[in-house]
Design a protein. Structure first.
Length: 416
């Protein structure tokens, strides 16, 4: 522990208060040169009154009655409300919290130098005691400013995300709000690439109670949102919930390649700590966004059962998409496989998986090739679709696809 500060030493430190106007000028000048956030844009004429006042207020607290009683935390916030308001303004201006803390440390350095000049040569123990007391007071002020900055930034972020979600809901609902977009500083695009995605539960969501699940879900949403922002900047519009969301990226001359989107899904799955599957529709005109989002959702749901992360794109899923339509033809196709016993259905799936090579099918199933021929003939007899003919292959392949799209039907057929 350092030695107590004597009344004589505290008085010497207190004389620094007479130099606080000069300290404030030096702080503003240094900030104008060194600030990574403002830099050349800093107009010292406009910001001087605010910064100068806060430096004097903070400096007077740091050098007055050093070593004496400290105000309680609640009283500190009231006493230094101008410091709190200053931190809130910095958050509103978009200053990173690291830059604000750097500014506090710079001011502390200038004040500490003024204090050391004022007290003159002293025994090292006294100098250490003074510096430790100054650091302790600076820590309290900086912690107060950090909390104010964080609270304001969180409030701004929540308000901005809520407004952005409202804007996206309007776009995908066919009611774009140009006034809201203008308030957010967003220029609505004539067309968008649409990504609909569904997120699985994180391990914490799976094993937590209801409160824990909600908290884990919010953290997942924030991680996904931050990653999308990092990749695409503010041009991207996002509506996010713990179960998934919709992302709208203004369309340019280049259409996103499915391979690049799949790489994005891998990254999103990693940061979310959850599975993800998605559907994408490119170059959707803004007036057609409701239909595009609906299509993207259908495409995403088509790949839900595939290895994750999975992406559904219409050009890669034309057959699956068409067979997912709720038509009488789909019911007729489903009925074909419903007539087959489990061993025949397994044989048929293996037959397609091995590109109709009966010997490979026989090896996989551990039977003689003649047994495969007999089963194929039995399939033809039961379904009226011969898997040894082109038309039969088309019908049976479509029927298997319908089963894959509706696994509950396939399970029921297998259990018979």
């Amino acid at each position: 522990m350092s030695q107590p500060i004597s009344p004589e030493l505290a008085e010497a430190v207190g004389r620094t208060a007479d130099r606080l106007f000069a300290v404030a000028e030096a702080a503003v000048a240094a900030w104008a040169v060194e600030s990574p956030h403002y830099g050349a844009r800093l107009d010292t004429r406009n910001i001087y009154p605010v910064v100068s006042h806060n430096v004097r207020v903070a400096g007077r607290y740091m050098v007055t009655d050093l070593g004496g009683d400290e105000p309680a935390e609640g009283d500190l916030a009231v006493r230094f409300d101008s410091v709190v308001r200053g931190a809130q303004l910095r958050a509103q201006e978009g200053m990173p919290i690291a830059d604000m803390v750097d500014a506090h440390l710079m001011v502390f350095s200038i004040i500490a130098s003024a204090v050391l000049d004022e007290i003159g040569p002293r025994p090292p123990a006294e100098v250490v005691a003074v510096l430790q007391a100054l650091v302790q007071r600076q820590r309290r002020l900086t912690r107060l400013a950090i909390q104010a900055h964080q609270d304001e930034a969180a409030s701004i972020g929540a308000d901005t995300r809520a407004a952005e979600q409202e804007l996206v809901e309007g776009l995908v609902g066919g009611n774009p709000d140009a006034e809201l977009a203008s308030r957010l500083g967003i220029r609505l695009a004539p067309a968008y690439h649409v990504l609909w995605f569904e997120l699985g539960e994180t391990p914490n969501e799976q094993r937590s109670d209801e409160v824990g699940r909600r908290a884990s879900g919010r953290r997942k949403v924030r991680r996904v949102h931050d990653e999308l922002r990092r990749r695409f900047g503010t041009d991207l519009l996002v509506r996010l919930e713990p179960t998934g969301g919709v992302a709208l990226l203004p369309a340019t001359d280049r259409t996103p390649e499915p391979a690049r989107v799949r790489e994005l899904l891998v990254r999103l799955s990693s940061v979310a700590l959850a599975s993800i599957h998605a559907g994408m529709v490119a170059d959707a005109p803004a007036p057609e966004l409701p239909e595009a989002v609906s299509l993207a959702r259908e495409l995403g749901e088509l790949v839900r059962g595939r290895p994750q992360p999975a992406l559904g794109v219409l050009s890669e899923l034309p057959l699956e998409f068409q067979l997912s339509r709720d038509t009488r033809a789909r019911g007729a196709l489903a009925e074909l496989t419903a007539r087959l016993a489990p061993d025949l259905l397994t044989t048929l799936r293996s037959y397609f998986a091995h590109d109709f090579n009966r010997k490979k099918v026989a090896r996989e199933l551990g039977v003689h090739p003649n047994t495969i021929d007999n089963r194929l003939a039995r399939i033809a007899e039961l379904t009226g679709a011969d898997p040894r003919t082109s038309r039969g292959l088309l019908l049976l392949g479509s029927a298997l696809t319908v089963d894959d799209l509706h696994p509950d039907r396939a399970t029921e057929a297998t259990d018979r």
